[in-house]
Design a protein around this ligand. Structure first.
Ligand code: ZN
Length: 146
């Protein structure tokens, strides 16, 4: 699990594998990944985790991608974060060689939209709402029997 915060010159990432939290300088992040000779401008590869070596890929929304089904959820807000980071990097020209910044824009998020969900600070942490997928109180749970 991925992006926790977008700051002026770096981002904060939580490693999906080991849970380590890293401040990744924006200068170490470039948009675009080459797979089988094809450049994918939607993907933002993050540097390997210093702790466990895992590499994480953030994938921004396609231009015509449908909105997230549950607005306000962690998944929705994380997607907005990734899109905002993607736009920021592309606007700064931080793209891999061979990527056309004009075509790599992806889905643009307006300041209004971002403010609505983030209120000015691009921060995200797992919240209680994330747990709503788990059984609610009162749901019968099988007792552990020795
Ligand atoms: Zn790790």
């Amino acid at each position: 699990m991925p992006l926790r915060e977008i700051r002026d010159t770096d981002i904060e990432q939580e490693c999906d594998v080991c849970g380590a939290i890293h401040a990744v300088p924006e200068d170490d992040v470039t948009v675009g990944v080459e797979t089988e000779g094809q450049l994918d401008a939607r993907v933002i590869p993050l540097p390997p985790c210093a702790n466990c070596g895992a590499t994480e890929y953030l994938i921004s929304s396609a231009d015509n991608e449908a909105e997230h089904p549950s607005p306000g959820s962690f998944g929705h807000r994380h997607r907005l974060m990734v899109d905002a980071l993607h736009s920021k990097l592309v606007n700064k020209g931080r793209v891999a060689a061979g990527i056309d910044t004009a075509k790599a824009k992806g889905k643009e998020r307006t300041t209004d939209e971002l403010n609505k969900w983030f209120k000015g600070s691009m921060k995200l942490q797992r919240l209680k709402e994330e747990k709503s997928a788990q059984p609610e109180k009162g749901t019968p749970v099988e007792a552990e029997v020795e």
